[in-house]
Structure formats: structure tokens, C-alpha cells
Design a protein around this ligand. Sequence first.
Ligand code: PLP
Ligand code: ZN
Length: 461
Amino acid sequence: MKVSAHTLRCTECGAGIAGEDAASDFRCTLCGGLYEVNYPWSLTPSGTGSKLPNASALRWLWQERRTSTLPIDQSGVWRFRDLLPIVSDFDRAVTLREGNTPLYELPRCAKAAGVDWLLAKHQGMNPTGSFKDTGMTAALSVAADRGFEWVACASTGNTSAAMAAYAARAGLRSIVFIPEGKIAWGKLSQSMDYGALTIQLKTDFDGCVNILTDLVKRFPIYLLNSVNPYRLEGQKTPAFEILEQMDWQVPEHIVVPGGNLANSAALGKGFSEMLHLGLIQSVPKISVIQAEGANPLYRWFTDTNRIMRPVTADTRATAIRIGNPASWRKSAAVIEKMGGWCEQVSEAEIALAKAQIGSEGVGCEPASAVTFAGLKKLVAAGRVLREERTVLILTGHTLKDSDYTINYHRGELLTAEESAGISAADRVLHEELCKPPIVLEANPDVVLRTLESHMKTVQHA
Ligand SMILES: *Cc1c(COP(=O)(O)O)cnc(C)c1O
Ligand SMILES: [Zn+2]
């Protein structure tokens, strides 16, 4: 069954091409811009009735598929395949049953931020522990469909973990380029576990991208970085899931971490498509949060001349340690079109936010915690109102970077300078949340005395 029915459109000059005709680096040959995937219905004007897929039929179908035993129905990405016909045959989609991730309430974080309620869409609950799985199932299926044998990506860790897993499932060979010594071990171990050829380059993420871009032009390797527009087709589906999980009520705000800036763009596309098809009547504002040490988009928004200046990135939130984000224009367009802001947060603010999310029994990796740290700032600035509903996108699982968590609780994470900048109010929170492991003699009396002293402090609190 021939289902592939899409074209690629350059988001800068508007040139349209067939999917198979994209250059190996996925850059527009006319202007160097990035593509987005278009379908016949996405070019049909809204409100043209029978020319568009039927909204209520789709809603019913997506719900029905949740009870099916077919692998593609059990996938939280391919369950929505009517809106991503990117492969020639859906039966050949490469899936690990990604998506269908939980939407959690965070009542204590809500209180701490000064809002009535707060939700977290936990994309860390995907098969390899990050949202990258939703994009990889889509783009890797295209690679397999087009007959590639080799796939590759440059990665701060999670993309490589996802790519290696999906490539292994499909029987393809994968090559991972990661910056030497600047990624979390958990992520590096995954790409080795899934059998990728793992190459650590003596450069940063941006340097890895440059090498790989050169390589794909000389060798038939399929590029799986987020310049590949098919990844965004998978990464738009959490927007559909959030709406389903909220009974098709539209939240006022979505808050996303910003690294290479494809995810915010993908979610924006997802919500816009829902609006276009008439499944919702309004869209949420999308805000992007960057780490202070890797904040090119934040700088662009605050620059009166609006010039994008890449930075040398540095943050412990390694997943967003990116100084020259490929998809910044797409992301900026989403923020400007849908409403929303770009904020930056400090290392100490990230550490506190991560501990707060952890203490609700949810947990996430440092890059995901920027969402909560950023939300606090948006609320304080009056941009998010108390009664508005916000969904934080938690992008990665807490076990991705356990070193970070352990260092935090041992009081060894932040530098003296970073600690000195913490406000008195935040200092109290840090002290409450910090739970270093206690080493004791294996003696019941000693253990009991220690427990008693801890129970007292809890009662007094
Ligand atoms: C990749 C990643 C990000 C950044 O997403 P972009 O699309 O690059 O902006 C944020 N958090 C985690 C955990 C990631 O793996
Ligand atoms: Zn172009």
C-alpha cells in the first residue's frame, strides 16, 4: 500500500521538493534553509470541510488504536500515522512502542511557582529515556524505507542513544559522533549497548555537527540530526497526546527546554496542525528555556538588532549544551507566532528545579529541569498567570545523568561562585531538598539515634 504523500518545503525561501530529492545534509540547495514536511491537507486552507481529514473521525480512530495489539497501533507516534504519512508502508515502521507517555500533576511545584496547577508531560518515559525516541522512530523508518544501510548523528547523548536503538531494531548500522568527555555516561553506555560505532571527537557538539555534515556529502550515510525534517514529524505527536490527555482542552502554556531548538519547533507544528484540522480552537503559547551558558536564542530575542550570534556553550545540562542551534529560526517563528517567550536560567536555578521535580517522585535530567526553573521566572514576570494551565515538557529521564544528582546531594555540584549567587529563599529550599547519603556503623543503636534526629527535624518543619 502506497501511503507516502508528502513534500518538503523550505521554511526560508518556500521552495518545495519531493522527499526523495533532499540533499544529504537536508539543507535547501537554493538558500541553505531547513525543510519542513507538508501534506496535501496541510496546504489546504482551514475550514474547507471535505478536503480536510475529518477531525472527530480521527479522534475516535486514535483512541480506538490504543486497545489494538498491532505494534504500530501501540506506538504513541504511529497511532497518529494519518498525520505523518512519510513512509511507503506503515507496516515497515521501526517502533519500540515509543510515546504514550504520562502527563503528571506537580502540585508541590505548582505551589512553589505560584500557580494553581501544573502538569508535566514526561518524555523521559520513552523506551531509551528521552523524547528523541519519538523523532527517531519516524526518521529511522524513512531511512530504512529508502534503503540506507548506514545512519549517523552528532549528539549530546540522547539522540545517539535513540538512534542506536532504532537502528539496531531495523538492522541498520549506526555511527555516533559525540563530544569527548562532555556527555553523561548513562547516554554513552546506551549507544554502546545498542551496538553503535561510537566516535568521541575532541571538540564540542557544534564541532561534531561540522564533521558529520562533511561526511554525509561524501558517503551514503543517512543523517539523523534534527535538521532531518522527519524527526520533527515524530516529535510533534506529544502535542496530540497532551490534548488527548486533557480531554481536548487546550493548556495556556507549554514550556520546553531549548538546545538545538527542534523540539519546540516540532511541538509548535503539532499544535498548529490540530488547529488547522479543527481539532482545537486555540493554541497554547510555547516558551523556550535555555541555560545561561548556552543561550543564543535568548540573546537573539533580547538583541535589538536581531542578529544570531553563536556562543561557546557551557552548562552542566549537557543535553542543551549547544551554542549554534540548527533550528533556531523555526523555534523563534513558533514563539512569535503562537505567543510565548524565551528565558534563560542559571546553573543554581536548574539544580534547584531538578531537585524540586525529583522530590515530587517524578524526576528528570538536568536539561528538562530548565522548564520549571524558567516557569518560575515567567510567573514572577507576570507572563504566566496563576490560573493558567501550564504543561512542562520533561525531556529526559532522571537516570540519564545520575552523576549530576549525586553531586548535587553531596553538595559538590555548584561552584562557590554559583552558590554565592543563590537568594536567601532559594537557599532554604536547597537545604530542605538536599539529601546526602549518610554513612553509619552497622549498629542498631547508632541507626536508631540518627533516625530519631531526622524524624524530629521533619516534625519541626
Ligand atoms: C535533545 C534534548 C533537549 C534539547 O532539544 P532540542 O530539540 O535540541 O532543543 C533537551 N532535553 C533533553 C533531555 C534532550 O535530550
Ligand atoms: Zn530555501
